[in-house]
Design a protein around this ligand. Structure first.
Ligand SMILES: *Cc1c(COP(=O)(O)O)cnc(C)c1O
Length: 378
């Protein structure tokens, strides 16, 4: 099956009994047992629910893994994943991980004695230097937010294998349509499905895919024990979103390329961060491991004042956090998603006050270009 076909015909599709073409929403908590301990595959919906199971089978299929798991949010998924570890274990993280992940690690998980190092994983030597005797995993994002930094999946997978570490990849930005980390040696892939997989700004969810039966057993144990599951309605919405992932990503990428041409020719725009640009650091590695560069762009408009003007004068870009929706979104990382990072550290990272991040949507790109053009020229 090719990729767009798999989004529609992969996993479990429809309903055998009635012929319904979409998987029904099993809005149910418990299941009648035929005898004590004799059930028909489902006993209680925290443990398993047919609608959630269909979604979990689908995401495992499209990521090319062993099993999938659906959680109530991306953070619920990451929290559950971290519960695979124990006090005293050490994990290496990409230094510019998603802000919510950073908060979870540094302000919640620290209470449980999980030790961590944040390193620039785009430099694989730094990963090797950070490995300790109690290191158990490497957790990365590629591309990262908001500077779209790239980490070499195969190189990290090699380091992980040599040192007997789990390799975990947050694949939210690329989506399984463009990048499949398990094919390149990752053991666990996760998504904030709130973003591109849902795609319509109407559901909050997290998905995880693991590459082995042992990890599947371990993670199902945590999912059932900790209970951060996704409900049947949201599981259904997510499956609906995933069916159009391919066509959305193709169109978003085409829009993004046109939008970048416009940015490149605008005098108020300086640095542009986009992994599809040859000038972008890591673009070569990205093109080796991903089939597309996505719809996230960051660019510098020179000052906080210019950024403010842009954000208050656009009409079609919605000023909001989040990404990956049908509607284009715009934000200023220094004042929004990355406001909690000290100004000095932000400067070191290159997150200036004039840095603007956009998530390109499915509007006519001419409208998006005209919109940003008039706002920049104000
Ligand atoms: C949004 C996001 C998350 C968190 O997901 P939620 O669904 O908001 O809980 C994790 N990682 C990345 C890269 C994200 O963009």
């Amino acid at each position: 099956m090719r990729r767009k076909t798999k989004l529609i015909h992969g996993g479990i599709t429809g309903d055998e009994q009635t012929g319904a073409v979409s998987v029904p929403i099993y809005q149910v908590s418990t299941y009648k047992q035929d005898g004590v301990g004799k059930h028909r595959g489902f006993e209680y919906s925290r443990t398993g629910n047919p609608t959630r199971h269909a979604l979990e089978t689908l995401i495992a299929d499209i990521e090319g893994g062993h099993s999938g798991f659906a959680f109530g949010s991306g953070m619920g998924a990451i929290t559950s994943l971290l519960m695979l570890f124990k006090a005293g274990d050490h994990i290496i993280f990409t230094d510019d991980v998603y802000g919510g992940t950073y908060r979870l690690i540094s302000k919640v998980m620290n209470r449980f004695d999980l030790s961590v190092s944040f390193v620039d994983t785009s430099d694989t030597d730094k990963i090797k230097e950070a490995i300790q005797s109690n290191t158990k995993a490497i957790y990365i994002e590629t591309p990262t937010n908001p500077l779209l930094k790239i980490t070499d999946l195969q190189a990290v997978s090699g380091i992980a294998k040599e040192n007997d570490l789990l390799f975990i990849v947050d694949n939210t930005f690329s989506t399984p349509y463009w990048q499949n980390p398990i094919d390149q040696g990752a053991n666990i892939v996760l998504h904030s499905a709130t973003k591109y997989l849902g795609g319509h700004s109407d559901v909050v969810a997290g998905l995880v895919v693991v590459d082995s039966a042992q990890l599947a057993e371990d993670l199902h144990f945590v999912q059932n024990s900790a209970g951060a599951i996704l409900g049947p309605q949201d599981s259904w919405l997510l499956m609906r979103g995933i069916k159009t992932l391919g066509i959305r990503m193709e169109e978003i990428e085409a829009n993004t390329k046109r939008f970048i041409e416009f940015l490149q020719n605008h005098p108020k725009v300086s640095t542009i961060y986009y992994p599809g640009l040859d000038s972008h650091k890591g673009s070569e590695v990205h093109s080796k491991q991903a089939r597309g560069a996505g719809g996230m762009i960051s660019f510098d408009v020179g000052s906080e004042k210019n950024a403010d003007k842009l954000l208050t004068n656009v009409r079609y870009f919605t000023l909001a956090e989040s990404l990956g929706a049908v509607e284009s979104l715009i934000s200023v990382p220094a004042k929004m998603t990355h406001a909690s990072i000290p100004a000095e550290r932000r400067a070191e990272l290159g997150i200036t006050d004039g840095l603007v991040r956009v998530s390109i949507g499915l509007e006519d790109v001419e409208d998006l270009i005209e919109d940003v053009g008039q706002a920049l020229d104000k």
